[in-house]
Design a protein around this ligand. Structure first.
Ligand code: ASP
Length: 303
């Protein structure tokens, strides 16, 4: 099987001429290259999506790990999900603070606990119990996010969904999907959520079937966009169901974005790879920086 990796840096109202957009594309290329390198040496899809997502989490222009948005209380609460398409095992974490790479904490929840999903203080206690690296809020806060937070302290009707539609604002959650040489699929999604969200707010990203899904029988999917809408239609599982019904990964992503618009008036984007090795990419925002690699072919990237 020809291995495949696809990554995204979030669907939103990106300014295609901005430095931030160029940095986002560069981060996607670096992430896809890291995933491709793992896959080409016979590594598992799970390792590829975790490694790729860690690079995206470390990239300041993207809203995951470093570079995440602040909530109304001036905190950064992170959500992540990783899923193994071979076993349907998954690990998820939500509303966790002071962790630079929540995707790896999600994976440890999958491998080292009897559970699928830990949140908040419990997730942080688990992290400390296993010696998982913690960081400070200041390590996660970059660029003008503090100024943006302060400017929103007297909000006049601010809506958290604005980051997906207002020019210059953007949703920039990250994700990766992969198919390895053994035919196994995996998906990963990581986010700081939406700017000025309420403390404790959890979006679609860590929710299985919403922010991501992976099943060797159908496809691996990672979603991005307005989480309150995406979760209502379990968009990632919906893509897998469309693939099960006979659609290619590309047609399935397009059909799911159409459903998102028609059913819940939502905005967002999707990446997918199906079990037959077809790639899917769709979004209804201005852009969704992404990159992918098919086998040992040269990386491709775009908006
Ligand atoms: N889906 C994420 C959330 O709602 C945000 C994003 O994709 O940018 O938390």
């Amino acid at each position: 099987m020809k291995p495949i990796i696809v990554v995204h840096g979030g669907a939103g109202a990106w300014d295609l001429n901005s430095e931030r957009f160029r940095e986002a594309i560069a981060a996607c290329e670096a992430a896809a290259a890291a995933g491709q390198a793992i896959l080409l040496t016979g590594g598992p899809a799970l390792d590829a999506v975790e490694a790729a997502t860690r690079i995206l989490e470390d990239a300041p222009p993207l809203d995951a790990g470093r570079g995440s948005y602040l909530n109304t209380a001036g905190q950064i609460e992170l959500d992540a999900l990783i899923m193994d398409g071979q076993t349907l095992r998954l690990g998820a974490v939500a509303a966790v603070q002071r962790v630079c790479n929540p995707i790896s904490l999600a994976r440890r929840i999958m491998t080292d606990t009897q559970h699928n999903f830990l949140v908040g203080a419990g997730a942080e206690a688990f992290a400390d119990a296993i010696g998982f690296p913690r960081c400070e809020l200041a390590d996660l806060l970059v660029g003008g996010e503090l100024e943006a937070y302060l400017a929103l302290q007297h909000p006049a009707g601010y809506e958290t969904a604005e980051i997906f539609t207002q020019p210059g604002a953007m949703g920039d959650t990250v994700g990766a999907v992969a198919l390895d040489a053994a035919g196994n699929l995996a998906a990963a999604t990581s986010t700081g959520g939406t700017r000025n969200k309420m403390p404790g707010r959890v979006g679609d990203s860590p929710l299985v079937g919403a922010g991501g899904y992976a099943d060797n029988w159908t496809a691996a999917v990672s979603a991005t966009g307005h989480g309150e809408a995406l979760m209502r239609i379990l968009i990632s599982k919906q893509v897998c169901d469309f693939v099960a019904a006979g659609l290619s990964a590309q047609k399935a992503c397009q059909a799911a974005i159409h459903l998102l618009e028609e059913r819940v008036n939502g905005v967002g984007g999707l990446i997918a790879v199906d079990a037959r090795g077809h790639v899917g990419l769709a979004y209804n925002t201005t852009a969704m920086p992404h990159a992918f690699a098919l086998g040992d072919e040269r990386l491709q990237s775009g908006s």
